[in-house]
Ligand binder design. Structure first.
Ligand SMILES: [Zn+2]
Ligand SMILES: [Zn+2]
Length: 416
């Protein structure tokens, strides 16, 4: 067993495409499973990117075609089931071959504000839905969907957690400012200003903003598209969004292939008036987005040029990307499910933490906001790392079984 582990360690280290952090992490996990003795310290990191790890191990084969097929096969066990798609809040088709979607959204965790209860019976449907025609009906917002619906709707601000009211076509009826913290709560304090949990916000806006969805079932939703024919391929996809009167809308999208090459990248002009560019997180600058000419429909058309029914899309919390892309797709791998939080759902590990912990790479560090391209590359590398790790474990177990089958001959060898 000791010899086997040394051999395995040498193989890992000879795979010069892997970083020291990856190598050490994988060896540690393999040793844990096989009860091996500790391996020597990891060698210096390699200059090659993680996405080349398979390419370097198969130099004699046509790399791209074989690699994508192998990766697709390796990802098959990680494809989300229909139950997982629903549980994680992915948009799903109401009925086969339709382009109408429905999605389930978990209630947000409670926060210390004036607002204490989300009205699940409020007639809030995402703009564009069949019932969201903007037709004025009664004057109440607190009745069930089966009753008459008012043009005035109740929204929950995702920044300050206060309720506000607006019409279905986006006119604000609530005259109040939005005071909020943009930082996470760390040890009872907001990371943005270090004030205590529940304190008055350190940032200010003239408008409250909402996500575009409500807790519970959302739908029927229109404007969705889906692929119609197989095209193969594995792509990582990431989007950035901004707040409009219709909720979160697509502002930027990036798609990369298994080699980290950019397949598609564009800014997108939202359909509704923009309330907040969300620059701190999205990285979207007003001067850039104001020049964008692509619409959501243009992007949907472009994506369906290379995304087929069997194309595997990978992402982190990919349901949010598919929501704003209004794309119905079931062959998806989500790094949230691949690397689950220790406490389970609805807790999720952030992409930034996964990238730092598993890839040894800091992302989302820029004060200029996130980059869809940087996030997509991190997702693809995390996917490749998992597949590589599983491949090594299989080889490890296979070699171990072979060694075990030779065990009866050891006394003879020793005697000789
Ligand atoms: Zn703050
Ligand atoms: Zn607010």
């Amino acid at each position: 067993m000791q010899h086997f582990c040394e051999h395995l360690y040498d193989r890992f280290c000879q795979d010069s495409s892997m970083s020291a952090a990856d190598t050490a992490s994988i060896i540690e996990r393999v040793q844990k499973i096989k009860n091996c003795t500790p391996a020597p310290p990891a060698r210096p990191p390699s200059p090659l990117p993680v996405q080349d790890i398979f390419m370097s191990s198969q130099p004699a084969l046509p790399p791209q075609a074989i690699f994508v097929e192998e990766l697709a096969a390796a990802l098959e066990p990680h494809l989300l089931s229909r139950a997982q798609l629903w549980e994680l809040g992915y948009p799903v088709e109401i009925e086969p071959n339709s382009t109408k979607a429905v999605m389930y959204v978990n209630a947000p965790p409670p926060r210390p504000t004036v607002f204490t209860c989300w009205n699940l019976n409020a007639p809030e449907f995402v703009p564009g839905s069949q019932t969201d025609s903007g037709v004025s009906l009664s004057n109440s917002t607190l009745r069930s969907d089966s009753e008459q619906v008012t043009d005035e709707v109740e929204r929950l601000c995702v920044r300050c957690n206060n309720v506000f009211h607006m019409t279905r076509n986006g006119k604000y009826l609530t005259q109040s400012f939005c005071s909020y913290h943009w930082g996470r709560v760390v040890d009872g304090h907001y990371a943005c200003c270090n004030k205590g949990f529940g304190s008055k916000g350190c940032a200010f806006s003239f408008y409250h903003v909402w996500s575009g969805t409500k807790p519970g079932i959302n739908g029927p939703l229109e404007g969705y598209v889906r692929p119609h024919s197989p095209r193969g391929g594995v792509y990582a996809i990431d989007t950035e969004m901004c707040y409009t009167t219709a909720g979160l809308e697509l502002a930027s999208v990036a798609v990369i292939d298994v080699n980290g090459h950019v397949v598609y990248q564009t800014h997108v002009r939202p359909s509704a008036p923009i309330l907040c560019y969300n620059t701190r997180f999205s990285g979207i600058r007003p001067r850039v987005l104001d020049r964008a000419t692509k619409t959501l429909q243009d992007v949907q058309y472009d994506l369906l040029e290379f995304v087929g029914t069997d194309t595997i899309l990978v992402g982190h919390a990919l349901e949010n990307d598919l929501k704003v892309l209004k794309l119905l797709h079931t062959a998806v791998v989500d790094t949230c499910a691949m690397y689950p939080h220790a406490r389970g759902l609805p807790m999720r590990r952030s992409l930034r933490d996964l990238s730092k912990g598993l890839l040894g790479r800091n992302i989302q560090q820029s004060s200029a906001g996130h980059s869809a391209l940087e996030d997509a590359q991190a997702v693809m590398d995390l996917i490749l790392l998992k597949v590589k790790e599983e491949q090594m474990l299989r080889e490890c177990q296979s070699t171990s079984n072979k060694l075990y089958s030779f065990e009866p001959y050891y006394p003879l060898v020793c005697a000789a």
